[in-house]
Design a protein around this ligand. Structure first.
Ligand SMILES: Cc1ncc(COP(=O)(O)O)c(C=O)c1O
Length: 395
């Protein structure tokens, strides 16, 4: 058996390794408190589940769905963008439902990237932007996201020859893993940059609804001319606690949407229709659960930030998203620190290096952990100590 060269360049997905380690510990009977994966612990709202159950009873929904999704779902997505961001979308040509946004993010590279082509990818970042590029035969060029630049890429620092060879520009705000947000002036600048260099922009925005302290994230699609140059990926996963349901969407430039639809129609057979009806209910039904869940995440955020700062791990409260990006203690790499936490106190966090070389020096903690686990996890974190470093709570 001879596998492709492509496989040699494809590492196992970040979470596969972390989950394996956690599972090994648990199999030995050790209790692990996991701040690792951003998978909401709160249930999907009841009205959405009810709609699924109802739709599942209808034999029409047992058949193959269309790649383009139900027209009613595309309408519901367009109306949601209008209500939430004031963005007008044509439901037929500018909206495409996805089997979770991850598949669309992975597949879009096939529409733009030929062998040797460059995609501009943030570092640190959600790994699928670069892995999709590599699977398509292209090369990611990593744009550092640095604290001194508020974790926004410095577009002017990208070398001229790289920009010339680049076809795609990836961005993600509210950002995973740094917790940073971007404002409209940055997105307007991105549109200008994309026009100047003939780039297609892919903005990934699954965390736009998870926000705190009255802050409201903006959409890339609100930028002047965004539709000319780009598209946005979004998801119901985090907004409605539907990670396991696998449903998301791409919106924006009609040519990009059409290309993605063509690739997908050749590779997948759409989203189960009962799930699509549930998604319509999520987007069009009562939205009060979002505020309620955000209050829970905000309370957890404040608990984690207070504890981290008390024990001397520098971390800032994010305005949006599900993650805390904390600096590791001096003398540790992010991997050493994460391994040490897991081994000594049974707490799992993600080492920043897993998101790219500029993630070194940080670990990511997710807020998707039930309160009892959170409190226990924080008390274990406070108790972590070793010969090199000793936490001293200020209080
Ligand atoms: C930045 C980012 N984009 C996309 C996704 C994928 O979301 P889904 O495929 O569940 O829509 C995630 C999931 O954690 C993410 O963090």
């Amino acid at each position: 058996m001879r596998m492709s060269k492509r496989m040699e360049n494809l590492p196992p997905y970040l979470f596969v390794e972390i989950n394996k380690k956690i599972a090994e510990k648990r199999a030995k009977g050790e209790e692990v408190i996991s701040f690792a994966i951003g998978d909401p612990d709160i249930a999907t709202p009841a009205n959405i589940i009810d709609r699924l159950c109802q739709a599942a009873q209808d034999p029409a929904n047992h058949r193959y769905p269309e790649t383009a999704g139900l027209p009613e779902l595309r309408q519901a997505i367009a109306q949601w963008y209008q209500r939430r961001f004031g963005v007008s979308l044509d439901a037929d040509s500018e909206v495409l439902p996805l089997i979770g946004s991850k598949e669309g993010i992975g597949h879009i590279a096939l529409c733009f990237i030929d062998a040797g082509d460059i995609a501009l990818v943030p570092d640190p970042a959600y790994p699928v932007y670069s892995m999709g590029t590599i699977l398509a035969g292209g090369k990611p060029y990593y744009m550092p996201l640095l604290q001194k630049n508020k974790f926004l890429p410095d577009l002017d620092a990208i070398p001229e020859d790289i920009v010339k060879g680049a076809k795609l520009l990836w961005l993600n705000y509210p950002n995973n893993p740094t917790g940073a947000v971007a404002e409209l002036d940055f997105f307007n600048r991105v549109v200008q940059f994309a026009r100047q260099h003939d780039l297609a922009v892919c903005h990934d925005a699954p965390y736009s609804e998870i926000c705190f302290d009255d802050y409201q994230p903006v959409s890339f699609m609100q930028a002047d001319g965004a539709k000319e140059v780009g598209m946005e990926f979004h998801s119901l996963s985090k907004s409605y606690n539907m990670t396991g349901w696998r449903i998301g969407m791409a919106v924006g430039n009609a040519g990009m949407i059409e290309a993605l639809k063509r690739v997908k129609s050749n590779l997948d057979s759409g989203i189960p229709q009962a799930i699509q009806y549930a998604a319509i209910e999520a987007l069009s039904g009562p939205q009060d659960s979002i505020e309620k869940h955000n209050a829970t995440y905000q309370r957890r955020r404040d608990l984690v930030i207070d504890l981290l700062n008390d024990i001397g791990l520098e971390a800032r409260p994010p305005k949006a998203g599900l993650y805390i990006w904390a600096k590791v203690p001096q003398g540790y790499t992010s991997l050493e620190f994460a391994n040490d936490l897991l081994d000594k106190v049974g707490v799992a966090v993600i080492p920043g290096i897993g998101y790219g070389s500029n993630g070194e020096g940080y670990v990511r903690l997710s807020l998707t952990i039930p309160d009892a686990g959170l409190v226990k996890g924080l008390s274990r974190l406070a108790g972590w100590q070793d010969s090199k470093h000793r936490f001293k709570a200020k209080k």
